[in-house]
Write a protein that binds this ligand. Structure first.
Ligand code: NI
Length: 452
């Protein structure tokens, strides 16, 4: 291992962690790589800035934040739980650099509007993360190789959970990890909400390594409890927000329509999105992927506002001008109404293929604490004084009360015009029919439309 320490520490100013110090040359070089700098051009929360206008923060600031939380965990472990003999289950500080690199790079494969883009074009940000780390053509790979020839593979294996040291893996990815702790605090700060707040300093102090990974001291239980409750509230209030999802439905419609027009040879040459062609054609390589960011897509949407295809033009305008689709929650008892409602959307002049959608918050890439689920990442464990481990929800009635609770919702999306009131000059009878469905039998609750 060739580990170069910087002659002078470098610091990055951060709104959540204040100063983020960098001491290793490899970390600084990774931060300066084109692949990391690209994350400055990708919003952390995708379209959520259309609902929480402060949420302009990027994957870059989050990645630095995760690096800093991992650094603080390593500092605590090295100070308070240093390994004395190999295999004693305590912290081996020679693992620090691989942990810090994995923390910094864990989101490097995310793309513009990741969730939606992946869905339409079958990209996979986890596979791309591994490719960026291990492909000899990237700057990230070149920088990692200065440490050791097998170092890129080691860092990749931490991120995909196959690294042999569970402490390192759980630091980056588990129920309480550097990633989640940073994004909850950062998303709360940038959305201007208070739900995501918890006592990070306290949690870091009560974390401890053991042979099986990372556990928590009994006297830290309330801090951990607070974190779980914060996380629960962030899902309900921010990540599952019905209006953000309404913007994502518009985005899905744009990308889907553009792809279909291209496949039908209906893309007028002056509107051809050169940087998206490899994805339309389903054969993209890593440089193609890295050439995309939020700005590239948004620029195409500007062009497409004038596209001769009325659907692509209209959806692009809706996206740029923030006109989300509206929604109503449905459940298994009311799902049978949706085909008829979609037919009314068509009858009103909107192609329901693009202007209506079912959207389930359960499909969103966020998880909730559920130690009993089929594939929990890990449980949160409290290490008692006699070194036995207890799962958190068995000790904390508060966590027990929200553990494994199904709290998302499924919504049906449609154009706002469908809600036009009867006394409006724009009213059409089909709108009235649609509205009667919304209130019929009180099964779809009209009081819970996504409000804008
Ligand atoms: Ni992350």
């Amino acid at each position: 291992m060739n580990i170069e320490i910087l002659p002078r520490e470098k610091v990055f100013r951060d709104p959540v962690h204040n100063y983020i110090p960098v001491r290793y040359r490899v970390i600084l070089d990774l931060i300066n790589s084109p692949e990391m700098q690209r994350l400055r051009r990708i919003h952390q929360l995708g379209v959520a800035n259309t609902v929480f206008q402060g949420a302009e923060h990027t994957r870059f600031t989050h990645s630095l934040g995760v690096y800093e939380v991992a650094q603080e965990i390593c500092d605590n472990f090295a100070q308070n739980y240093p390994s004395q003999t190999p295999g004693d289950g305590l912290w081996d500080d020679s693992e620090r650099l691989v942990a810090l690199c994995a923390a910094l790079l864990h989101d490097i494969g995310h793309g513009a509007y990741s969730h939606t883009f992946e869905h339409i074009f079958n990209t996979d940000h986890e596979a791309i993360t591994r490719q960026i780390l291990t492909s000899p053509d990237t700057t990230v790979n070149k920088v990692l190789r200065t440490v050791a020839p097998d170092f890129p593979e080691k860092v990749a294996s931490v991120i995909d959970h196959s690294y042999p040291n569970p402490q390192v893996v759980q630091m980056i990815s588990s129920q309480i990890d550097a990633d989640r702790m940073d994004y909850l605090l950062r998303d709360a700060y940038n959305t201007g909400t208070n739900y995501g707040l918890f006592d990070l300093t306290r949690i870091l102090r009560v974390m401890r390594p053991y042979a099986g990974g990372i556990a928590f001291e009994p006297n830290g239980m309330h801090a951990v409890e607070d974190y779980i409750v914060s996380r629960f509230q962030m899902y309900q209030q921010i990540y599952f927000h019905p209006v953000s999802r309404g913007m994502e439905v518009v985005l899905t419609g744009i990308l889907q329509r553009a792809k279909e027009l291209y496949e039908d040879d209906a893309f007028a040459p002056e509107f051809t999105p050169t940087l998206l062609l490899p994805f339309f054609e389903g054969k993209f390589d890593l440089p193609d992927y890295l050439a995309l960011d939020d700005g590239v897509l948004t620029t195409y949407f500007h062009y497409w506002e004038k596209h001769p295809d009325p659907i692509l033009a209209d959806l692009s305008a809706r996206f740029l001008n923030r006109q989300p689709l509206k929604s109503a929650a449905f459940n298994s008892a009311t799902a049978h109404l949706l085909p008829e409602m979609a037919a009314l959307v068509d009858e009103a002049g909107f192609d329901s293929h693009y202007y209506s959608a079912r959207n389930s918050s359960f499909d969103l890439p966020y998880d909730q604490y559920d130690p009993t689920s089929a594939s929990p990442k890990t449980q949160i464990e409290i290490m008692e004084d006699d070194n036995t481990l207890e799962e958190l929800s068995t000790l904390s009635p508060l966590v027990g009360a929200i553990t494994g609770k199904v709290t998302g919702d499924e919504r049906f999306y449609f154009p706002k015009a469908m809600l036009t009131p009867a006394d409006s000059p724009d009213y059409k009878p089909v709108y009235g029919q649609f509205q009667r469905y919304l209130s019929s039998g009180h099964v779809i609750d009209p009081a819970i439309y996504g409000q804008d």
